[in-house]
Ligand binder design. Structure first.
Ligand code: FAD
Ligand code: NAP
Length: 304
C-alpha cells in the first residue's frame, strides 16, 4: 500500500513527488514516457524563475534527478483507470493494479487537432504539432503555423531558424500570445501573418504537403497558398480519460479542484495542466504540485 501515487511526471507530478517524499510518504510516480512531460518538447524556457534560459529537457532532468534519492519509486506504465474504495484507491495499468491511500493526477494536456480536411492524411508528411521535434526537416521551406496563442508564436519564432519564411494564420486580427512573444514575432523579418482566416484544407501529393486552402472569415474569400509544412497550435485538451466515472471533471474533461488541489472525491487530488485553471505554465504546475504533495500528507494524518 502506497501513501500516495502520482500519475504523470511532468513538472506538476515531479514537484508533488518531491513534497510527498519530503513528508516521508511512501510515494510512487507512474509515467508512460520520459520524465518532463510537455517540457521535453520545449527548446528554450525563459520564464522559469532562477534561469535566464534553460532548455526543456535540461529542466526536466534537474527536476527528476533528486527524486530517487528522496525515496520516490519511479514506475513505468500507462494508467488506464482509478477506482475509489473509500479508505484506499486502486490505480490500474494494463498489467498491474496498485493500492494507495491517495492519488494525485498530474497527466497534463495534449495538443488539440484542427479538424481540417487533409490534416490526418498529411500528419508526419508535412503536418506537425511539434516544431522542436520536426523543425529541422523543413530547412529552406515556406511554413504555415496555425493559431494565435503562446505556442503558435513561440514555435513560429523557433521555426525561423530553419525555414525561408513562416506565416502565422490566425482566426482573428489580434494575437492571444504574451506581449513579449508578439513583439518578437512582429520584429522578425521571416514572419508574416494571415489575419481573420482559417485553414479550409491541407493539400498535397501522395507524399507531402504542397499547399493550404485558406478562407477569410470576414469576407468568405478563398485563396490557395504554397507551403511545405503546416505546424498546428490551436490549444490543448486535457488528458483525463483515466478518471472517467469518478465525476471529477467539467464537460470538457478538465479536472475541477479547490485551491488545495482536492477533487470532490476525498483522497484524490489533481494538479497542473489537467486541472481547470486560468494559466497553464511550468510555474503554476510546480505550485500546484507543492500544494498537493503537502495535502496528501495532511489527508493521511487526518484519515490514517
Ligand atoms: P505535462 O507536462 O503535460 O506532463 C504530464 C505527464 O503525464 C506526461 O509526461 C505524460 O506522459 C504523463 N501521462 C499522461 N497520461 C498518462 C497516463 N495515463 N499514464 C501515465 N502517465 C501519463 N510553460 C512555461 O512556463 N514556459 C514555456 O516556455 C512553455 N513553453 C511551452 C511550449 C509548448 C510547445 C507547449 C505545448 C507548452 C509550453 N509551456 C510552457 C506549458 C508547460 O509545458 C505546461 O504548462 C506544463 O508542462 C504542464 O505540466 P504538467 O506536469 O501539468 O503536465
Ligand atoms: P491557447 O492559449 O489555447 O491558444 C490557442 C490558439 O489557437 C488561440 O489563438 C485560438 O484562437 C486558436 N484556435 C483555437 N481553436 C482554433 C481553431 N479551431 N481554428 C483556428 N484557430 C484556433 O493554446 P496554446 O498556445 O497551445 O497554449 C496552451 C498553454 O500553454 C497556455 O496556457 C500557454 O500560456 C502555455 N504556453 C506557454 C508558453 C510560454 O510561457 N512561453 C509557451 C507555449 C504555451 P483565439 O485566440 O481566437 O481563441
Amino acid at each position: 500500500m502506497y501513501d500516495t501515487i502520482i500519475i504523470g511526471s511532468g513538472p506538476a507530478g515531479m514537484t508533488a513527488a518531491l513534497y510527498a517524499a519530503r513528508s516521508n510518504l511512501k510515494t510512487a510516480l507512474i509515467e508512460q514516457g520520459a520524465p518532463g512531460g510537455q517540457m521535453n518538447n520545449t527548446l528554450d524556457i525563459e520564464n522559469y524563475p532562477g534561469f535566464d534560459l534553460i532548455t526543456g529537457p535540461e529542466l526536466s532532468m534537474k527536476m527528476h534527478e533528486p527524486l530517487e534519492k528522496m525515496g520516490v519509486e519511479n514506475l513505468y506504465g500507462i494508467v488506464t483507470g482509478i477506482e475509489d474504495k473509500g479508505d484506499h484507491k486502486l490505480v490500474k495499468t494494463a498489467d498491474t493494479t496498485y493500492e494507495t491511500k491517495t492519488v494525485i493526477v498530474a497527466t497534463g494536456a495534449k495538443h488539440r487537432l484542427l479538424g481540417a480536411p487533409g490534416e490526418a492524411t498529411y500528419t508526419s508528411r508535412g503536418v506537425s504539432y511539434c516544431a522542436v521535434c520536426d523543425g529541422a526537416f523543413f530547412r529552406g521551406q515556406d511554413l504555415l503555423v496555425v493559431g494565435g496563442g503562446d505556442s503558435a508564436v513561440e514555435e513560429a519564432l523557433f521555426l525561423t531558424r530553419f525555414a525561408s519564411s513562416v506565416t502565422i494564420i490566425h482566426r482573428r486580427d489580434e494575437l492571444r500570445a504574451q506581449k513579449v512573444l508578439q513583439d518578437r514575432a512582429f520584429a522578425n523579418d521571416k514572419i508574416k501573418f494571415i489575419w481573420d482566416s482559417v485553414v479550409k484544407e491541407i493539400k498535397g501529393s501522395d507524399i507531402k504537403v504542397d499547399s493550404v486552402l485558406v478562407e477569410n472569415v470576414k469576407t468568405g474569400e478563398l485563396s490557395e497558398h504554397a507551403f511545405g509544412g503546416v505546424f498546428i497550435y490551436v490549444g490543448l485538451d486535457p488528458v483525463s480519460g483515466m478518471v472517467d466515472g469518478l465525476g471529477i471533471t467539467d464537460e470538457q474533461g478538465w479536472i475541477v479542484t479547490d485551491e488545495l488541489m482536492r477533487t470532490v472525491v476525498p483522497g484524490i487530488f489533481a494538479i497542473g495542466d489537467v486541472r481547470q485553471k486560468h494559466l497553464r505554465q511550468i510555474t503554476t504546475a510546480v505550485g500546484d504540485g507543492a500544494i498537493a504533495g503537502q495535502q496528501a500528507y495532511q489527508y493521511i494524518v487526518e484519515h490514517g
